[in-house]
Design a protein around this ligand. Structure first.
Ligand SMILES: Cc1ncc(COP(=O)(O)O)c(C=O)c1O
Length: 391
């Protein structure tokens, strides 16, 4: 009996697959340096955990409103007003089971079969698959290493067609760490407005900017605000990846549709997680600042060390917790591409990285520095040894 044609075309997330392979090896007692993590290595702050425990103790363990508790949607609205210059009523915000879920809902609400969504490369692996799940087509626009992998409006414009429904933006970016500046965002906003295209702005790494500033594209004027859906969540900001809270804010008609859709699919995200995130938003931001300061130090360390690991070269990203070094000069002697480089590195040096090909960035690998400085030093020492043995 044949199964769903649509789902048979969807591949498992390669980042999760490599992470679990590295974890399997570790569980077997192999000393693996794991650079594949897509989550901060800090603990969720205690005051957030406390709010969750209080929710359980007080019996806050039942369904909530499907698009999220009204108080939480109001708290997100307040955060957007104060931090992002965006004014939405709570009714235009839907809370879901993680940013990934929010993005899925947004694409489902926007896209029809045959529509195109422009995705800058290198890109986070789930965008293309989620677009395909709408029977729509991801259309890729390349960025260049010499520009710090920042999307240029002029490159984007060339990919716009009569079928373009939306542009996906991810700043700061996973996997490159690129941050798009205000000037370029203004140009991108003009292209979206002139062509009647939506913008889906994934801002999940907004607090992890080390140079420049984070700008929400929707804040750049009424016209772009009316066609932007901003996606964000608890995972990276508060080290809450396991709690599964994400949200989207955007035009009333789109958000109403998403709320209806969610009411028939997952209903509300976990009531306890919502209470925890409410406490996070109403609480102090010092854990975010501490985490950012620590990530900045680690970024500086890993970039310096990687540039000593010749022939690897690594530009300094402005945000997120990933570097995307160029390993193309290492693709010799039986190593054909970033996938075989990553395999060999895991087998021979016990260092796990994600091949750039998974993100549409062949010739690179993604290294997450969501790990201790000692782990960074140890992993890069092993990479240096690995390269020396091969040269
Ligand atoms: C760019 C980007 N967007 C969205 C997400 C989704 O995060 P979550 O579903 O945990 O909120 C991730 C997670 O790795 C990500 O890297």
């Amino acid at each position: 009996m044949s199964l769903s044609k649509k789902l048979s075309e969807i591949a498992a997330s390669p980042t999760l697959a490599l992470n679990s392979k590295a974890k399997d090896l570790s569980a077997k007692g192999v000393d693996v340096v794991n650079f594949t993590a897509g989550e901060p290595d800090f603990d969720t702050p205690d005051f957030i955990k406390e709010a969750a425990m209080e929710a359980i103790r007080s019996g806050f363990t039942k369904y909530t409103a499907a698009p999220g508790m009204p108080e939480l949607r109001e708290a997100i609205a307040k955060k957007l007003r104060h931090e992002n210059g965006l004014d939405y009523p709570g009714s235009q915000i839907v809370v879901s089971c993680g940013g990934k879920h929010s993005l899925y809902n947004v694409f489902q609400a926007l896209c029809n079969p045959g529509d195109e969504v422009i995705v800058p490369t290198p890109f986070w692996v789930s965008y293309s698959e989620q677009v395909k799940l709408c029977s729509s087509k991801p259309v890729f626009v390349g960025t260049r290493e010499e520009n710090g992998f920042r999307l240029l409006a002029e490159d984007l414009e060339k990919r716009v067609s009569s079928k373009t429904k939306a542009i996906l933006l991810n700043s700061p970016c996973n996997p490159t760490g690129a941050v798009i500046d205000r000037k370029e965002l203004k140009k991108i906003a003009s292209i979206a407005v002139e062509n009647g295209i939506y913008v889906v702005s994934d801002e999940i790494y907004e607090y992890l900017v080390y140079e420049g500033e984070h700008v929400s594209i929707a804040s750049l004027g009424d016209e772009i605000r009316e066609r932007t859906i901003t996606v964000n969540g608890a995972s990276k900001a508060y080290s809450m990846t396991g709690w599964r809270i994400g949200w989207a804010a955007g035009p009333a008609d789109v958000m109403k549709m998403i709320g209806n859709f969610q009411s028939h699919t997952t209903s509300n995200p976990a009531s306890i997680s919502q209470k925890a995130y409410l406490a996070a938003l109403n609480g102090p931001r010092d854990s975010i600042h501490r985490m950012r300061d620590e990530f900045r130090k680690r970024r500086d360390l890993i970039v310096t060390r990687l540039n000593e690991a010749r022939p690897i070269s690594c530009i300094k990203p402005h945000g997120s917790f990933y570097v995307f070094p160029n390993v193309s000069a290492c693709l010799t002697g039986g190593i054909r591409d970033s996938m075989s480089f990553s395999r060999k590195l895991l087998e021979e040096a016990r260092v796990a990285v994600v091949p750039g090909s998974a993100f549409g960035g062949e010739g690179h690998v993604r290294i997450s520095y969501a790990c201790s400085k000692e782990t960074i030093e140890k992993g890069i020492d092993r990479i240096v040894d690995f390269l020396k043995k091969r040269s």
